[in-house]
Design a protein around this ligand. Structure first.
Ligand code: LIP
Length: 333
């Protein structure tokens, strides 16, 4: 049941922000229900694609690797309308709204950050890592996250201070206790090719992957660095795998706030760390800038020093890659 319609209004005081804390469970329940309904639309669309009656595929800004479908647009409209109707004072940032030319405004007001389909390329190919991602911030702090993969029926959810869950009942991470991370040499690392296929960006990413899996060191005289590399095609799902504890490190440059806003809460509530995916080691313990387009996440471990060590080892290996973005009014730029 929706108890709260319009609490925030124009008053942006801390007291009002704190008052939202009383409604966190309501917002979370709402986001979970919304994700399930959006997921049903996505699942039906995948089924129709497989039956040969699916939605058409377009490319964004003439980039043949950045795909968008009618379903992305329809699901975003569905979510946006429901949010507008239920919480008319809340702000909205969405992938397809941004793509249609809307300016991103990021303020202290309650803000929903939505990717209708994260993993659109997977959606087009029927590769089962496809998710709707619904994040929510208050005072610019990622506070609620729901990521639902309707193809595998996996729903990840979290609210700040309340823990992270798989399918609403299974506490994340899945391992109890979380196994030791030890060092990067023992890690399974996830990353993505991304949609910027310029030679400079791809060369830098491939060289980083080379360093991650091959870099020789005193500790690894035979050349092996991390255990291996994984890629799902969805930033949100990669981050949820960190929350589950089935991958150890996730690094990506070039994805956007709607890809990660929800899953960042899920990782943090599972005990993981999320920081900027650049080589600056001074930001390891600072809250991540969700607009940075560069993300590094480390799974939960009993020993926080191990998490910090693996983060620093990654930052030694990753290059500085440019991921420009238009300015965010009221945001971090
Ligand atoms: C995708 C991301 C993925 C990234 C792709 C793309 P989309 O999101 O989740 O991690 O590598 O370039 O941005 O476009 O499927 O929502």
């Amino acid at each position: 049941m929706i108890l709260h319609k319009s609490l925030f209004g124009n008053n942006k005081t801390m007291a009002m922000a704190e008052a939202h804390q009383d409604y966190i469970q309501e917002y979370l329940d709402f986001a979970i229900q919304l994700a399930k309904e959006a997921g049903a639309i996505i699942k039906a669309a995948v089924d129709s694609r497989m039956a040969g009656t699916g939605s058409s595929v377009e490319v964004k800004k003439n980039n043949p690797t950045d795909l968008v479908t009618e379903t992305d647009k329809a699901v975003e409209e569905f979510i946006k309308n429901r949010l507008n109707k239920t919480y008319p004072d809340h702000k909205f940032i969405g992938e397809e709204t941004f793509a249609s030319g809307a300016k991103t405004e990021f303020t202290d007001l309650p803000t929903w950050i939505v990717d209708p389909i994260d993993g659109t390329t997977n959606f087009v190919h029927g590769y089962p890592f496809v998710a709707v991602s619904i994040g929510f911030t208050i005072n610019k702090i990622p506070t609620i996250g729901v990521v639902y993969n309707p193809l595998l029926d996996e729903l990840y959810s979290a609210a700040k201070g309340k823990g992270a869950y798989l399918n609403e009942t299974k506490r994340l991470p899945l391992f109890h206790p979380a196994p030791p991370l030890i060092d990067l040499g023992h890690c399974l690392v996830s990353t993505e090719a991304g949609s910027d296929r310029s030679k400079a960006v791809i060369d830098a990413k491939i060289s980083a992957i080379h360093n991650i899996v091959c870099k020789k060191s005193k500790e690894h005289p035979f050349g092996a660095e991390a255990h291996s590399i994984r890629t799902t095609g969805s930033a949100a799902i990669n981050l949820c795998h960190i929350a589950k504890g089935i991958t150890d490190v996730y690094w990506e440059v070039g994805c956007w706030e709607w890809d990660v806003a929800a899953a960042i809460v899920i990782v943090m509530e599972s005990g993981g760390l999320v920081m900027e995916g650049d080589h600056d080691k001074t930001n390891i313990e600072r809250p991540v800038n969700i607009f940075s387009r560069k993300y590094l996440a480390i799974r939960a471990a009993e020993d926080r020093q191990e998490q910090l060590k693996v983060a620093a080892q990654m930052k030694d290996l990753i290059p500085e890659i440019d991921a420009p973005r238009p300015p965010v009014p009221g945001g971090f730029e």
